[in-house]
Write a protein that binds this ligand. Structure first.
Ligand code: ARG
Length: 564
């Protein structure tokens, strides 16, 4: 619980000032006999036209005392003494009663949210940027849904465009069927790269590519079948990654889904009177927004990426009637999304104000070896599998007797990768450092998971029946109270993450909870506590801490392990 917040709210009920302003005035008194918090009334004297002492005295009698042992006035100050026992009891009983639902609410009931994330490109590797989008998007989905919003996950696959004509041409010329079935993305990438090399020498290849794309657009059987084959093979590979990550989607409506819906939108833009000719291309001028024009049709009449996004936005509004539509896409596309949103605005789609581009930074590697695989692409399965393998090595060293080692290594290894993505403000660039990421110490996924497993191991040793009639006032130490305060603040962290569309607020929260839990664990005996009452209360605290850490990690898309 944020006591400052509670105090500020209660004062606000009685005086007309901004909450944050009141909060800023609250002090921590220098001596314990002056209470846990103090509020100086000087600042209110002007507004209320009364002496500060009088204000303090009056407020004292008016303020709601819940969660406070007492509130006293001392001259111009109001001193607050926190009722720790009541607070502790309420908090822990709530966590234990609500269990998996602790932290959830119905705040967003009846509201629709669309989260578009991941969105890799067919026939191309799923790269670290897509994993960034996947981690952030999946976490946002879970965080937002936890507050009762009706949330739809969309994977806007990059499965349409002139490049597929080129790929068909490359396939017909150089594809090796065996390699294609063994490692589809690798083979498709190989022939695609080769196509570009060859086209440098022989420009007629580009012409051929365009011709095949035209056939594809016109629905010619052979081309459609090939395109579908590339798509199925690619999806098969992507699904492996989604399975590892435990990520699902409600819709895979990617770019191709809009191929037959774009003409109507282009017509609509035209009818609005904002479509102009620019060297043969059809564009929307965005000078009023200080943006470069948005190209809607290329000079050869072909639609592009932007045409599909305009169509997709309109389709989503119609289909999902969203209150918010979130695009989790790298910051390198910021300008692009501003163009899309501005164009929709010019079309009179005022709902575009509820569309947000949730951007994220770049990914780098501390370990050069991983970043320099052919063509500078990191194959994501390699990254995840390597995280799992290295975790397994660590487990073999630390706890060779552990059951289900592979399963545990998978949850920890994958969790460590996701955690790294979600640890900081998403706009910040990330550096993957194996040693740091997989360390059981420091602010890492394994550290948090280890804290949970540690708690669970205590609970396995707890005597049966100990959790009846617990006297929570036994939890009176500084470490215990700090931990309880954090456990109390879970929902607040989740709401703040939604407000800012920043999963890292939840990540920081679980780190803080794990740290406070370990401080408590290191400072006090739990199973070996001498006093039975103390032992029982501490066990409840361990139980509640595990529950909250688990709920927090789940919102990030990370599983816990019971033993490690
Ligand atoms: N497929 C794109 C890429 O890999 C990302 C798609 C982003 N979403 C969108 N609606 N444009 O860069």
């Amino acid at each position: 619980m944020d006591y400052k917040e509670i105090i500020a709210e209660r004062i606000k009920e009685n005086v007309d000032l901004e909450l944050d302003f009141i909060k800023g005035l609250i002090e921590i008194p220098p001596k314990p006999e002056m209470g846990d918090y103090a509020f100086p009334c000087f600042q209110l004297a002007k507004t209320l036209r009364k002496a500060p002492n009088m204000i303090a005295e009056e407020l004292k009698s008016k303020l709601d005392k819940e969660y406070f042992e007492k509130i006293e006035n001392l001259g111009p100050y109001l001193n607050f003494f926190v009722d720790k026992a009541a607070f502790t009891k309420d908090t822990l009983e709530k966590v234990l009663k609500e269990g998996e639902n602790y932290g959830k609410s119905e705040l967003g009931k009846g509201k629709n949210v669309v989260v578009e994330f991941s969105s890799p490109n067919i026939a191309k590797p799923f790269h670290v940027g897509h994993l960034f989008s996947t981690s952030v998007g999946n976490a946002l989905y879970k965080i937002i849904s936890s507050q009762g919003y009706n949330c739809t996950r969309i994977n806007h696959l990059g499965d349409w465009g002139t490049q597929f004509g080129k790929l068909i041409s490359a396939y017909k010329r150089w594809c090796d069927e065996d390699s294609l079935h063994k490692d589809p993305i690798k083979e498709l990438l190989r022939i695609y790269v080769k196509f570009h090399e060859e086209a440098e020498k022989d420009p007629s290849l580009d012409e051929e590519g365009r011709m095949y794309f035209k056939k594809l657009e016109d629905g010619c059987e052979e081309e459609v079948a090939l395109w579908k084959k590339f798509k199925d093979l690619s999806l098969r590979e992507f699904k492996k990654i989604y399975d590892l990550l435990n990520v699902e989607f409600d819709s895979y409506a990617g770019e191709s889904f809009y191929s037959d819906k774009m003409d109507a939108v282009v017509d609509e833009i035209d009818k609005t009177g904002i479509l102009v000719d620019s060297n043969g291309a059809k564009v929307v001028m965005l000078d009023d927004y200080n943006l470069p024009p948005c190209i809607v049709k290329k000079s050869d009449g072909a639609t592009i990426y932007a045409t599909r996004d305009l169509t997709a936005a309109i389709y989503r509004k119609k289909t999902y009637d969203f209150d918010k539509c979130i695009y989790v896409v790298g910051l390198d596309q910021s300008l692009y999304f501003r163009q899309i949103f501005a164009t929709l605005k010019l079309m009179g789609k005022d709902w575009v104000d509820s569309c947000v581009h949730v951007g994220f930074g770049l990914v780098r590697f501390a370990d050069k070896k991983l970043s320099t695989r052919k063509g500078d692409v990191i194959f994501l399965e390699d990254l995840l599998n390597r995280a799992i393998e290295r975790t397994l090595e660590i487990i073999n060293e630390k706890n060779p007797e552990l059951e289900n080692k592979e399963e545990v290594a998978k949850k920890i290894g994958v969790g460590a990768v996701i955690f790294t993505y979600l640890k900081n403000n998403r706009e910040r660039d990330i550096v993957f450092d194996w040693n740091e990421m997989l360390s059981f110490e420091g602010e890492t996924g394994p550290y948090v998971q280890y804290s949970y497993a540690r708690g669970k191991s205590i609970l396995r040793k707890a005597p049966a029946g100990i959790s009846e009639n617990v006297d929570y006032s036994k939890l009176s130490s500084k470490e215990e109270f700090e931990l309880i305060k954090i456990l109390h603040g879970f929902n607040k962290a989740v709401l703040s993450a939604i407000n800012k569309l920043e999963p890292f607020i939840v990540t920081r929260y679980v780190i803080d909870a794990a740290k406070a839990f370990n401080k408590f664990y290191n400072a006090h005996s739990i199973i070996n506590a001498e006093d039975e009452g103390v032992k029982a209360a501490r066990i409840q605290l361990v139980k509640a801490s595990c529950q909250v850490i688990k709920n927090g990690l789940n919102l990030l898309g990370i599983d816990v392990v019971e033993k490690m």
